[in-house]
Each structure stands twice: as C-alpha cells, then as structure tokens.
Write a protein that binds this ligand. Sequence first.
Ligand SMILES: Nc1nc2c(ncn2[C@@H]2O[C@H](COP(=O)(O)OP(=O)(O)OP(=O)(O)O)[C@@H](O)[C@H]2O)c(=O)[nH]1
Length: 306
Amino acid sequence: MKENSDMENSLLCHDRVVSLSRCADKNDADLLPNTGYRKESSEAACLNMMRCLSTTLSPESVLVQFELEMKRHFPICNVSFRNSKHILTNQRGVPGIFSMEIELIDDEHIYGCLMLEFEWVLSPVKKRLVNQLTQMLTFPLKNAVAFQEMKQLALTDSLTGLPNRNSFENAFQQLMARYQSKGIGKRFSLLILDLDDFKRINDKHGHQTGDLVLSCFADVLRSCCNKTAEAFRFGGDEFTVLVHAEGEDLPHLLSSRIRLAVANNSSLVQYGINCSIGYSSYQPGDSLYSLFERADNALLQIREGR
Ligand SMILES: Nc1nc2c(ncn2[C@@H]2O[C@H](COP(=O)(O)OP(=O)(O)OP(=O)(O)O)[C@@H](O)[C@H]2O)c(=O)[nH]1
C-alpha cells in the first residue's frame, strides 16, 4: 500500500482509511516528522467525531462542531445542511473548488442532505472518509433539530403562533439582566392588552369564532410591533408587549397604533372587538411582578374611567 507524508492525502493503509489530523503535541508517538500532523485511523476519527457531536443540542452548534472536526482532516470551506423543513448553513461566500452532496440516511429514510465544499479535489480514499464521517452527523443533528422543535413548541402559543407566557417571562428576565448591566437610565416598558367582553364572542358566536378573533387580534398586534417591540399571548384573551427601546412616549404611541389597527380591521370590527391597554415602564428595582402590577392597575383605571 502506498503511504506518504503529504498532508493533503488520506492514506489507504493496510486496507483501513487513515487520515492526517493536525496535532499540537510534539511528543505524540504518531506525529509525522516535521509536519505537525499525526496519523489517525478512520475508527478513531469517527469516535472523536461522535464524542464531539454528542455534546450539544443546538443544530447550528452541531454543524459548527462537525465543521471544526472535519477541518482536522480536510481543507473544508463551506458546510450546509437542508431537509424539507430546515436549512442550516455556514456559507462564507468563498466557494470551494470541489463540492460533495451527501445524503444523511436514517432508518433507510433520507433525513436530509449535507453539502460540503473543499479547497482541494478529494481523492477517492478521502471521499470515503468524508462519507464515513458525515454519516456520524445524522443522529446528533436529528436529535438537535427535534430538541429545538420541542423547545419552540414549549415557547409558542399554538393558536396564535405568538410566543407564550413562558417566552414572555424569559424575555423579561433577559431584558432586565441586559438593562441592569448597562446601568440606571436604560428602561423598557410593558403593555398589557385585554380584549373587552371577549366571553360574549364565545357565548354568542361559538368557541371557534372566538379562536378566529384571537388569531386575528394576534396578527394585528404582530403587525404593529417592530424590532423593538415583541408581542406575547399571556393567556386567554390577555396579551403583552415588551418594548425594549428608550423613549417615554413609546408605550403611548404603540398603544395608539394598536387601537387604531384594531379599529381598522374589518374582521375584528364585525364582532365589535375593542381592547384595553395599560402600560408601565421599568424602574430600577422592579420585578416582573411589580412592573406587571403597575401596568395592570393602569389597565383597570382605563376600564373604570369609561
Ligand atoms: N375561543 C377561545 N376562548 C378562550 C380561549 N382562552 C380563553 N377563552 C375564553 O375567554 C374568556 C375570557 O373571559 P373573561 O376573562 O371574563 O374576559 P372578558 O369576557 O373579556 O371580560 P373583560 O376582560 O372583563 O372585558 C373566557 O370565556 C374563556 O373561556 C381560547 O383559546 N379560545
């Protein structure tokens, strides 16, 4: 069998694929003289790959770890994965001169396809090793994608598609941490929105119509929010918006925009839908409870004042 110390080549050595991986340890027994590379059997490479891929549950991180691990063996440029639901890519805009498309097979079904671009043309032996290492990706990637989907479900309201109460509480904690670390003066606001007399819709038109009205209201709310305002379904006919930009009159402006959008939406108008909105701005020392309580009191005052 042919064996040389050319770093670009994997070697077919005693019928086993042997790749060259970068090695920082100068005393490594398998270090090839004056190269900084060591020989590694494909079994060892696969084991390494499996070990490194099993440590994360984020699909993007799985792909990045895969890429890093592949880089030990191959001059790789771009890695991307796609299946019917997902496209993950680390495309850097520098195309490789040689590409391979490898199907990831799971229980005899094709789970997705991995596109790899390399800086150099690969020898047949190297292609074999790429295939072998790529198949290692199937299970961790599938696992990570399933985990992400479950996480997404747990944080999303299934009727309206808006982030749910759990999401709202997470977002609040994140905002509070961010604003606290930037010091006093950085504020954000909370809007609480409650549909007026919504029970009447269910009682008069049925639960399905009630669902449609809630979805329609959520769409209107979404359309009024921008990058600095995020809407949530808090529960039932109650919604919240976190406004994470400074500006004292922002909550007021957003409330007016939402009320106008509701009044101009024919689907909501036909059911006589109105909403009450109360808001409060974050003050240093506030908890979610105190901020929520102030916004809720403001909402009650608006209702009592009518
Ligand atoms: N269709 C539908 N109804 C829901 C859903 N979640 C909660 N509800 C109903 O929403 C209604 C909320 O009633 P209330 O809390 O009294 O609110 P309201 O009728 O708007 O009264 P005010 O807030 O005082 O104006 C209840 O009848 C719930 O059954 C849902 O997902 N779909």
